[in-house]
Ligand binder design. Sequence first.
Ligand code: NAD
Length: 468
Amino acid sequence: MADLNKEFDLVVIGSGPGGYWAAIRAGEYGLSTLCIEKDPKLGGTCLHVGCIPTKALLHNADVMDTFRNAKELGVDVGAFSLNWAQVQARKDKIVSKHAKGIEFLYRKNKVEWLQGQATWAGPGRLEVATSQGRQTVRAKNIIIATGSAARMLPGLTPDDRILTNIEILKLDALPKRLVIIGAGAVGVEFASIFKRFGTEVTMLEALPRLVPIEDEEISKELEKAFRKQKIEIQTGAKVEKVERTAAGVKVNYTTADGKPQVAEADKVLVAVGRRPVTEGMNLEKTRIQTERGFIKTDAFMRTGEPNVYAIGDVVFGTPQLAHVASMEGMVAVAHIAGRPVDPIDYLKIPNVTFCEPQVASVGLTERAARDRGLRYKVGKFPFVGNSKATILGSHEGFIKMLADQDDGTVLGVHMIGPMVTELISEAVLGMQLNVAADELMETVHAHPTLYEAVLDAANSVYGLTINA
Ligand code: NAD
């Protein structure tokens, strides 16, 4: 049990990738630190019902693909099937190993933690509802890292058939048919998992394309690949009603051209974005400003209440990504500790979506560059020209690079294809260092590797592609 008699240098509310990184860094800086977490285990959404379990399942789906294609590789695997119980057990083991890992890192860095629900009790004071009753905690600084929860469609509540990211990870059997509402990262990743596990998947997306935050050419390529995999896609769909039936669920929707349609399935996944978790915290009694529940901060993550910071999904106007939350935590803690720190450049944040084919990007899309009135040139290189992609039998997709017309500075890189969630880091580092495409052209890339495709994309910015 944490010693609550002292005033902590820092109290972090929430132990997701924002909160636990912040708490550990504060420990490293020698600040007396307490983390308050409402759940019995550390790690938050990302570890328990987000990034980690979904990527574990995506790995299972990739292995299924490898087995499906084994014959072509000259490997005779005979009959194979998915052992759902074992898939679930492995996923749960990965999650609990990492939750224990955070507890270990807390001990190592002298971070104390308390299970309970924190509410504001006045400047520098929080009240925490714990299993042993209400406790008061005093803090010189507070970081709110309470994260987000799945947004539901009006009138719906999650149950055993109407699912969010939480319920879908606990299914005791594979659904035969699944309707997914929303084709952002959550929607396309679950489509990619369940389709490859053998479920019939229908996606209903309100906007005209899948992964709408990505460059339009990427959305088009993903739609082509998904259709080839026999994932049913309705873009421009307006969901009218979701109801339970005797056997499952029924979704009434209108197609882009105005036709009423019905999709029936065993389960429906609602993946239409996430809302901030701030209710019940008494934030209205503070000087913190909010917008639709999201907390407004400055570039150092300070809220309107002195010595109170906010990081991660709960923050207004920054991307809801684990790696953004972690880096916002680094900025906030450095600021609290009086260490030199620069604000985050949100243009240099990687987006990585682990569907098959994978999608990854950093910087401006072509539309965003146009909207900003920038003069740019575009290079594009298809993986079909990359020898490692041939070796892997994974030829779908391309890398598209946008560079400043005059000095070649890389403005954005958009990828779809094999292992691009890893390849994007070269582009992220390049952009962080304000690299120009011609400097990437002069950088020796090992052969034969997938990341040679980045070199080829940089070459193609200047019309000089060798391999396509
Ligand atoms: P999202 O906002 O990224 O996508 C939601 C999608 O649902 C959008 O395309 C939107 O147009 C659509 N939509 C909204 N209302 C709809 C309706 N009524 N009918 C049909 N479609 C509708 O949200 P998400 O996919 O739930 O993800 C939440 C957050 O978590 C995002 O910020 C996402 O980037 C992040 N996330 C990231 C990863 C990753 O990095 N790999 C994985 C999962 C989630």
